[in-house]
Design a protein around this ligand. Structure first.
Ligand SMILES: [Zn+2]
Length: 496
């Protein structure tokens, strides 16, 4: 029992006996970082700068065990603080001393250090744990995917709870060293560069490093039997891709798509600026889910993305996120348009590049193919609500809004913004409001009306608004561009 319910007077007396009087008003860190969409996600009172995960995973039993060492700094006077985590914890140390800990809520680990922590203190947190990730649920779901030969952690907006303790919100980015021992013949795939591997007594250890800040949901782990391919982009970024050995009929289509990673990344740099990381790739594990995810430097692709044949469009989508989502992350989950509107628009630019329909034609088609009473228009991409965070409208209406912006301010300003934004907020976070302000600054135009009409109203902009925005206003008869099928085949890119 680590949470004591005692009268305020008694609390003051007991603290006076154990810590300096100045510490009497040290308070618990909040159990959430303050995101209204997900009030319990992340935590308050500290900021993590680095995760060191030294793990061991046995595929036969789905057992993950190891030690997480977190380097953090307190942002308030703390009597205790939370991490988000589901596996079974055996010991926690804070600053070297054993700390007490308790469970609360759906995924909270409450840690009470022996001595309260003053604001601004660097602190090292060590968590020893073990567990069967597939046996753990929060809110009735699991984001740990069992495969025939291992397991995978990849989902949005949460995946870390099943494999490491964290401050699970994009606002708290950190660097990572992920070291995982797996039985010989099995591989452990994660983000970043493969620093080294070593083998001993039937186990092989893979040491991965992410040297640039990374949001917790963008950290990934996949254990299984993979075929690994390596290469380099034109600009020299090393590429490591991994494919489950048992992809069956989809193996060829998966490779024919993901092996385009280097080429697509080089192409995207023309729009978004230099690639921001020193590692690149993608992986296709044998999971039964259907989506893909922009896990940093190494996107996750479900085999189902390639069930209908090769699809480079989904690779374009996930790699576009490396700038729009990973390099510049949402400040809150309401800002999801910053991720998905732009990743979808990159697919439209790819369609244009491939001669399969221009972004304008795709925008016209989106506008024309949804009647005014279609629930599609009820979703506000600029603030969709947690239930509609990954609604197709955030993607398609979101990309339509970008075409409207392009028409309004012209190609020169528009593409200056596309390239300037990732540099302006590199390795940080930003809001939809920040984007509007930046677009107004670069274009020298007031864009409040445009953003309101196309991103924030729960209704279809009328024909006059469409005409004014350069969008074909016919309610029918706009033929789908050739790329439409491949683009819509990626519509399950997120979601659980
Ligand atoms: Zn996406």
């Amino acid at each position: 029992m680590h949470r004591r319910l005692i009268a305020p007077g008694a609390l003051a007396v007991s603290l006076l006996l154990t810590v300096p009087a100045s510490a009497a008003d040290y308070k618990p860190g909040a159990p959430g970082i303050g995101d209204p969409y997900y009030p319990a996600y992340g935590n308050g009172g500290y900021d993590v700068s680095h995760y060191d995960l030294r793990l061991k995973y046995q595929p036969v039993t789905d057992t993950l065990e190891g030690t997480a060492t977190l380097l953090a700094r307190t942002t308030q006077d703390l009597s205790r603080f939370n991490l988000d985590f589901l596996l079974d914890v055996s010991e926690v140390r804070v600053g070297g001393a054993k700390a007490s800990f308790a469970r609360s809520g759906e995924h909270e680990l409450e840690i009470t250090p022996q001595t309260p922590l003053a604001k601004g203190t660097p602190v090292t947190i060590v968590v020893r744990y073990r567990g069967v990730p597939s046996s753990k649920q929060a809110y009735g779901f699991t984001n740990w995917h069992r495969t025939p030969d291992g397991g995978v952690a990849a989902n949005e907006p949460e995946a870390a709870w099943w494999w490491f303790p964290s401050n699970d919100h994009p606002l708290d980015k950190a660097t990572y060293d992920v070291s995982v021992a797996v039985p010989d013949g099995t591989q452990a795939i994660s983000n970043g560069t493969l620093q080294s591997t070593s083998s001993r007594a039937g186990w092989t250890r893979y040491n991965w490093r992410s040297a640039k800040p990374q949001a917790t949901y963008l950290a990934t782990l996949a254990v299984g039997r993979f075929d690994i391919t390596t290469g380099r982009t034109e600009s020299g970024i090393p590429v490591i891709n991994a494919y489950s050995k048992d992809l069956g009929d989809t193996a060829g289509a998966a490779r024919a798509s993901v092996e385009r990673t280097g080429e697509v990344t080089d192409w995207l740099t023309g729009y978004f600026g230099p690639y921001p990381y020193n590692a690149l790739g993608g992986y296709v594990p044998n999971v039964t889910t259907g989506y893909a995810l922009e896990t940093q430097t190494r996107p996750f692709y479900s085999p189902r993305q390639f069930a209908g044949g090769s699809n480079v469009s989904v690779v374009v989508h996930e790699l576009a996120h490396q700038w729009y989502g990973d390099l510049v992350s949402v400040a809150g989950w309401k800002d999801i348009w910053i991720n998905e509107g732009f990743a979808r628009y990159a697919q439209w630019l790819w369609s244009e590049h491939e001669g399969e329909g221009t972004a304008q034609e795709l925008a016209d088609h989106v506008y024309a193919s949804h009647a005014a009473d279609d629930p599609f228009w009820k979703v506000k991409p600029g603030d969709p609500g947690p239930e509609h965070q990954f609604d197709i409208a955030v993607y398609d209406r979101g990309a339509l809004a970008l075409q409207v912006l392009r028409n309004e301010i012209g190609d020169r300003a528009f593409f200056t913004i596309l390239k300037g934004w990732p540099a302006k907020y590199a390795y940080g976070n930003a809001t939809v409001g920040d984007f509007q302000a930046y677009a107004e600054q670069v274009s020298g135009r007031s864009l409040a009306g445009l953003f309101d009409t196309w991103l924030f109203r729960p209704s279809k902009p009328g024909a006059p608004a469409a005409r004014g925005a350069g969008v074909a206003s016919r309610s029918s008869g706009v033929t789908a561009p050739k790329s439409w099928t491949k683009i819509t085949a990626t519509n399950s890119v997120h979601g659980r």
